[in-house]
Write a protein that binds this ligand. Structure first.
Ligand code: ADP
Ligand code: G6P
Length: 489
């Protein structure tokens, strides 16, 4: 059973400390007891791994299994500090409060959120443990960068323990409108937790505005533009906290270089050949999550097949769905529905040796993902709500040949930067079908022009620029309210 005992205080401290629920690697122990490390799922790890490469820093996070945590260790120059979670905490803090309460509320309540006081209690306990672990490894005056919805209480908890450090927090997912946020029985505690930071970064301006508005309406605080004034209490003086948009991105140069290697290009050709060399390959790549609009995508595809607008083997669809949060009921139900639909589509429209849809429920190495992106004529990114969606950026980056077409939901953060894409509203199935057909049939020259513009945008706004902008905003964040703000707070 994990304890909250501080880790060895003689250990090295760091000027830059990252805290995220997950470490960049998960520990996997095989049946025979051998231990190995596997890249953790999701966009947060993709982005932060690239940012931390070459920066000396510590990463505090969970190693993905229950019970005692492994001892701190160094990997690729990164000092990894595992935080333990008991089985009950995984159930209540991770699967419960983080992914069955906050995740649905922060994603437009696509599925209903569960509210349980015991989950909130576990969330508080685990956030305290993370704050303690960060306090133990942060050097005097260090910069601490906390990530995502699982750790919203850490900023304030850490400030109480270590007033000397500079604290930033970045939300990888949307921040909901106050009308939804206010449903949370613990809304005040969450806002107070976040306001312990000096700077709060969000994917879109709308997310930052939602947060500022929640501070005004829920806590009754004074706000002005993108700042919130936190009144002083006891020995603590009043502070100003800034909240603004810094959209995340990918390591575009690194991914493009990988995509240009002969091995990846050969693999892309081999993938097309193994699919029967169709005229058109459609591709979806997502964690198996109800926010990603996979059901809507499959519905549109099935109707197009039914109407004869597209026909295998000329057209085929590859859906890669990474396993995710498999013990949470809504995810289990999604998996059943998706797999039933895939079976029905193949049963109805497939032939011997010709599948209408190829469904892959695995994780793959980066090289294989790059080859898949290159092999796809049309990339379907159709979330109902998504903070950013790095897959959209990865797809255009891998298309150094300027081929391919991106269908992109207007409900992703990515769409706010990639307006030239074939935009869709995934709720509008008829519209989605027409957009898929347009992406297939638009003249190749026009598609190249679009792809060039999308690629330029992503290469000029890569993950290093994102990190630079975030860290600069954190370094220059205001500490004290101006005389005028003090008068009104
Ligand atoms: P999210 O963070 O919600 O999962 P993103 O699209 O922002 O969504 O990021 C997903 C990341 O996971 C991308 O870097 C993508 O390439 C990667 N990924 C998705 N599916 C797989 C898979 N099956 N195998 C390996 N990596 C994957
Ligand atoms: C999204 C979240 C991350 C999370 C990832 C994978 O990207 O923003 O915080 O790590 O999904 O989800 P998981 O629950 O497996 O960590």
């Amino acid at each position: 059973m994990p304890t909250d005992a501080p880790t060895d205080t003689s250990q090295r401290t760091h000027d830059l400390v990252i805290a995220a629920n997950r470490l960049p690697v998960d520990r996997v122990v095989d049946a025979d007891g051998t231990q190995s490390w596997r890249t953790s799922p999701g966009g947060l790890v993709t982005a932060m791994e690239a940012v931390m490469k070459g920066r000396e820093g510590a990463w505090v996070g969970w190693a993905g299994e229950t019970g005692e945590a492994p001892a701190p260790f160094v990997e690729n120059g990164l000092h990894l500090h595992p935080v333990p979670l008991s089985q009950q905490e995984v159930t209540d803090y991770y699967e419960g409060f983080s992914n069955d309460t906050l995740w649905p509320i922060y994603h437009d309540v696509i599925v209903p959120a569960g509210f349980h006081r015991s989950w909130w209690q576990a969330y508080r306990t685990v956030n305290e443990r993370f704050a303690r672990a960060v306090a133990d490894v942060a050097a005097q005056g260090a910069t601490v960068w906390i990530h995502d919805y699982q750790l919203q209480l850490v900023p304030e908890l850490l400030r109480a323990m270590r007033p000397d450090v500079r604290i930033g927090w970045f939300n990888h997912i949307p921040f909901p409108p106050v009308e939804l946020f206010a449903q949370l029985p613990w809304r005040g505690g969450i806002l107070e937790g976040l306001l312990g930071a000096d700077y709060l970064g969000f994917q879109r301006s709308a997310d930052a505005q939602n947060f500022v508005r929640a501070c005004r309406q829920v806590l009754g605080l004074t706000t002005k533009g993108d700042t919130v004034t936190v009144p002083g209490t006891g020995s603590r003086r009043a502070r100003v906290v800034r909240a603004s948009a810094v959209p995340i991105s990918i390591d575009s140069a690194g991914l493009e270089a990988l995509a240009m290697t002969p091995a990846v290009q050969e693999r892309a050709a081999a993938i097309r050949a193994s699919l029967g060399s169709p005229k058109v390959v459609l591709l979806g790549v997502d964690r198996l999550d109800y926010t990603k609009g996979i059901r809507h995508r499959l519905k549109a595809y099935e109707e197009l097949l039914a109407e004869g607008a597209i026909k295998p083997p000329d057209v085929t669809f590859v859906q890669v769905a990474t396993p995710s949060r498999e013990r949470v009921a809504a995810y289990r139900q999604l998996r059943t529905e998706v797999e039933t639909t895939v079976g029905r589509i193949n049963g109805q429209y497939g032939e011997l040796g010709v599948a209408a849809i190829h469904y892959l429920h695995h994780s793959y190495p980066r090289e294989e993902m790059a080859a898949l992106f290159q092999a796809a004529d049309v990339m379907l990114v159709t979330p109902l709500r998504d903070g950013m969606n790095l897959v959209a950026k990865e797809y255009v980056t891998c298309r150094h040949d300027e081929g391919g077409a991106l269908v992109l939901s207007e409900f992703t953060g990515a769409w706010h930067e990639m307006h030239q894409a074939f935009v869709c509203n995934p709720h509008d199935i008829e519209g989605l079908k027409q957009t898929i057909l347009r992406a297939i049939h638009t003249d190749a020259k026009d598609k190249r022009r679009i792809m060039r513009a999308l690629r330029r945008r992503v290469s000029e706004h890569d993950v290093q620029l994102w990190a630079k902008r975030f860290l600069e905003a954190l370094a220059t964040a205001p500490e004290r309210p101006s005389a005028k703000d003090r008068a009104t707070s």
